[in-house]
Design a protein around this ligand. Structure first.
Ligand SMILES: C[S@@+](CC[C@H](N)C(=O)[O-])C[C@H]1O[C@@H](n2cnc3c(N)ncnc32)[C@H](O)[C@@H]1O
Length: 332
């Protein structure tokens, strides 16, 4: 379809992403890194402070990553990464000119704000547990504090387009969430989810036995113990089919972590990815491991630090799979 990116067809393996061996050591790596809501109530602002990080207050405990400035910077970095992956497209669905749009788990609201700028005709809602979005926003965007895993009441006022991105380890029941989307999108409307297979890998075995591998095994183990979905990406298509969507499209993007790829496009993507995960090693692990595996804060920080060191090694060629899946509610 004409609205699909052309730069990468990641249904093919990343074997054409050669390792850049022109660097003698890792020290140059640093140079390559570039550097409210109507629904607000006091309980929403009663944040939880724990192990030096700040967490959401509304539905306390239901999301295990922080909502502080450091985390918001990380989410905005990831936004840039996703734009690069999709040739600077915010979405791939052929939506035309939608009137009513919602972004589920909007985070800093950066996707919703960009979308509202691109679509001045649309009324855009960004929904999240945390009221951490900016207040100076386009007039056609507003933010709501709500739990997207609770029962929805949008059927009466359905959307033309529903979008959700990077909700891995946020959501317990994606299948139910996608069924709620089906009920709340207009006939003929589109739903798009963009998400990870949380388990990264290497094609040459270089990830095996590293602290990076151990980090992901430990941390995702804790999220799974807590009931969260860690591998939504490859399951999205099945959930879309189960919900009743038609015209389902699936794109898979392989995302290298680090500056090791030879190809400049993948090197750039890998560098952004490394910057984002470096900023997130502690954020991703602290609550999950201390609340669900009884780790001490210092143990988590030590593991995060060892994982960070392995992530900087040019000899470790970690790759993650990112999926964009979109489908249409039948028109009749
Ligand atoms: C990793 S962030 C992704 C943010 C955004 N979608 C993006 O791509 O930039 C996940 C977001 O989902 C929100 N979230 C998690 N569980 C939620 C729930 N049950 N209801 C609403 N928001 C939720 C979190 O507060 C967080 O802002």
């Amino acid at each position: 379809m004409s609205n699909q990116p052309t730069a990468i067809d990641n249904n093919t393996a990343l074997v054409n992403v050669e390792v850049d061996t022109s660097y003698e050591n890792d020290s140059s790596y640093g140079d390559e890194l570039s550097s409210y809501s109507e629904s607000l109530t006091s309980s929403v602002l009663e944040y939880r402070h724990e192990n030096g990080r700040r967490y959401h207050g509304f539905r306390d405990g239901s999301y295990l990553l922080p909502n502080d400035e450091q985390e918001n910077d990380r989410l905005d970095m990831l936004h840039e990464l996703f734009l690069q992956l999709l040739n600077r497209r915010l979405y791939l669905s052929p939506i035309g000119k939608p009137q009513r749009v919602i972004d589920l788990g909007t985070g800093t609201g950066i996707w919703a704000i960009d979308f509202a700028d691109e679509h001045p005709q649309a009324e855009v809602i960004g929904c999240d547990l945390s009221p951490t979005q900016p207040t100076l926003v386009p007039p056609n965007v507003k933010f709501l504090i709500d739990d997207i895993e609770a029962e929805w009441t949008y059927e009466k006022n359905p959307f033309d387009f529903i979008h959700a991105r990077n909700l891995v380890v946020s959501i317990r029941d994606f299948g139910r969430l996608i069924k709620q989307c089906y009920r709340s999108v207009k006939p003929g409307g589109w739903v798009e989810f963009q998400d990870w297979d949380g388990y990264a890998y290497s094609e040459d075995g270089s990830l095996a036995g590293t602290n990076l591998q151990r980090y992901y095994d430990e941390v995702y183990g804790a999220f799974e113990k807590a009931g969260y979905e860690t591998r939504p990406g490859p399951k999205l298509e099945g959930w879309f089919k189960d919900a009743g969507f038609v015209n389902i499209h699936v794109r898979k993007f392989q995302v290298p972590y680090g500056v090791w790829p030879k190809d400049p496009h993948f090197k750039k993507i890998g560098t952004w990815m490394l910057a984002a995960i470096e900023a997130g090693f502690e954020a991703g692990a602290l609550a999950a491991l201390t609340r669900y595996k009884e780790w001490m804060k210092d143990e988590v920080i030590a593991l995060a630090s060892r994982a960070r060191a392995d992530g900087r090694k040019r000899s470790v060629h970690m790759i993650g799979d990112f999926y964009v899946v979109y489908g249409q509610r039948p028109a009749n």
